[in-house]
Design a protein around this ligand. Structure first.
Ligand code: BTN
Length: 260
């Protein structure tokens, strides 16, 4: 099998000036790129790093779910899995997960939309997911932004909704090129968030928000209508008992009907 040519150098050259000490590493296989960067952070390795895995054996999703990707040893380009780890010290952390979603979606294709807080959807199907975790070490807060993208058609087995894949929108793009499109702008956006918080991203999120105006059901069974997000990135849901502000990433939000 021909080895995959990852644009590690091009990414490093684009990012390192803004992120001194930045490294790019591609592994043929690991349990989870998020788990690995968190392990490193816990032993004090807090330098900015991009870790890409051609295959994950224990990919993790939000809300304690597993993240299954189609990538196998035979077909490692069927999905893209990477984590960006950076030390970060914003004055307010609220909205970071939305910022990551906005950044990844906008660097890939104008037809992509976001399902709060940061699932990337194409029409009524999920194309990519983002898992953000943080660790503190010696007073430094390290954030790991893990992104998983379906690149090629994949089966719907075990998924609550059928998936979308990037080749539907961009037939000629492969995982290395998608990575090159995403990383420099993701680093820029994370830095903008660190300096200015969620405010500059509020309109960008609103333009991509596929839940706005939709009937939704929260994981506690409450029904309502999604009304966009507030200045902190919290989801506003109009319910029978008034407006609910959903901040917890532990609350899952389902459109009552499919997304159009
Ligand atoms: C979700 O939609 O629930 C989030 C999925 C995040 C998956 C990515 S793949 C790279 C990184 N490593 C992981 O174990 N998870 C994230």
């Amino acid at each position: 099998m021909t080895p995959i040519r990852w644009p590690s150098e091009a990414i490093w050259e684009a990012v390192e000036p803004a992120l001194p000490g930045f490294t790019v590493e591609v592994l043929p296989q690991i349990d989870s790129t998020n788990t690995e960067l968190m392990r490193r952070a816990r032993v004090g390795q807090l330098d900015p790093a991009l870790l890409v895995a051609e295959r994950q054996t224990a990919g993790r999703g939000r809300l304690g779910r597993q993240w299954h990707s189609e990538a196998t040893n035979a077909s490692p380009l069927a999905s893209l899995a990477f984590s960006l780890g950076v030390p970060l010290s914003p004055s307010d952390w609220s909205g970071l997960s939305l910022v990551a979603g906005v950044s990844v979606a906008q660097s890939l294709h104008p037809d992509l939309r976001l399902k709060w807080p940061n699932d990337i959807w194409f029409r009524d199907r999920k194309l990519a997911g983002i898992l953000i975790e943080t660790a503190s070490f010696d007073g430094i807060r390290y954030v790991v932004i893990g992104v998983g993208i379906n690149m090629l058609q994949r089966s719907a087995q075990g998924l609550s909704t059928p998936p979308a894949w990037l080749a539907e929108l961009l037939p000629t793009i492969d995982a290395p090129h998608a990575l090159l499109r995403i990383i420099p702008s993701l680093v820029r956006d994370v830095h903008a968030f660190e300096a200015q918080g969620f405010t500059p991203f509020h309109n960008r999120f609103a333009a991509l928000d596929c839940l706005a105006g939709q009937a939704v059901t929260l994981s506690d069974g409450t029904a309502g209508t999604a009304q966009g997000v507030d200045v902190t990135g919290a989801l506003l849901v109009h319910t029978a008992v008034g407006m609910k502000t959903i901040t917890s990433s532990e609350v899952s939000v389902r459109p009552s009907q499919g997304l159009g």
